[in-house]
Design a binder for this molecule. Sequence first.
Ligand code: UD1
Ligand code: CA
Length: 450
Amino acid sequence: MILASIILAAGQGTRMRSKLPKVIHPIVGRPMVWHAIKAVQGLTDLPPILVVGYRADIVKSAVGDGVSYAIQDEQLGTGHAVASAKSALEGKADTILVTFADMPLLRQESIAELIALHRRSDSPVTMTSFRGDEAQGFGRVIRNADGHVTAIVEEAVATEEQLAVREYNLSAYCFDADWLWQALTRIPISPKGEYYLTDVVALAVEDGYSVNCLLLQDPEEAIGPNDRVQLAAAEKVMRQRINEKWMLSGVTIIDPERTYIEAEVEIGQDTVIYPNTHLRGTTMIGEDCEIGPDTTVVDTKVGNQVVLIQSLLEQALVEDRVTMGPFCHLRIGAHLAEGVHLGNFGEVKDSYLGPNTKMGHFSYIGNATIGANVNIGAGTITCNFDGEKKNPTEIGDDVFIGSDTMLVAPVKIGDRAITGAGAVVTHDVPPDTLVLGVPAKEIRKQEKSD
Ligand code: UD1
Ligand code: CA
């Protein structure tokens, strides 16, 4: 048994009123289609075939490798879209799973159940449905007096009586490949000129089969955002799922309604997350941290026992026991070693701060390499930009940078050196040396204190 999967992503999604195809709009930081691909990953024997059409180039560049593509040149309906993948799969797979790229909340467990049900069944089609309150945009599942499914009827062609049915077509299917390929050629054209995939259910019944239907208990799995109101609804459901996953694995989230954790983030045990925290991209947070409130961490690795308060971190690296905030900004390439402390209003870009270095108040550090146990006084600035290029600053270990020191780069400060308050350092400072003034002058060599 070779199982292949087709994911439909060729539609435009006009109701999004967007320049971009619907399926690349993000949910918890990843395109809608990413979630649909992830849901089938590991279930199938071949890489999924993504059917693309409307702005295929944009969809392909958002998704990348890892899937195969089939092109549907004209969007003539879901049946026609599945047929576009036929040449890629005919003769290569005997079972075909079909899902939609615009159903990001469909769980992998549900798809696995669908496949298992199909394997137990004699019918060439196995479908999925859900029951719920009045809902719009879904095909209705029509059953006969014995309760067997006889057809799926689309809203556009349904009678009043059919519209009143409260069992809806969810749109995940498993097919016997040979039967599917020939059934697709028998789908009638709809009044609007489309070929509905849903019509194959009635065709299977005509062929004398009894179609099995997996009834899903959680209607949220069916949310297929068609406009941005539904997009926000899907985002909310996905956010809750992610937050619950982390809480159940040992992370305290003070207010899950106000905590925003993207799909691929990792968080260690006994970390506490305060409200209005956004953990994004490939961020990894260690154990026993306190994150937030009002903190955004993007593509950053954070060690254990770290405290981040009201800060923004982007593409940085933060080692164990760092404390930071409020109002700090780590930009690309900031690397804080173990035990570093950043107090209020600190900005660090493309710089390394060594173990236990302290920067308590109002400082900018850019393009700098700073040693261990350095005290960076209030208001210290690395003047790294000369109007043309960025210049480096190097500071040794155990240095004392006085308040309001301007380090005019390129400049080097030796181990254990001291700069006085308000010094403007334009020349390298040797180790164990005190400099003062504007521009800073060497005052004396320090006595070694060991
Ligand atoms: C479809 C089902 C409906 C079901 C609902 C669940 C059909 C005819 N109807 O309706 O029974 O209740 O999903 O969400 O299947 N697509 C293509 N090519 C096309 C048309 C669509 O690739 O020519 C893709 C879209 O990109 C989208 C998916 O198929 O990912 C579904 O298309 P959409 O137009 O949203 O179908 P619905 O009207 O929601
Ligand atoms: Ca849809």
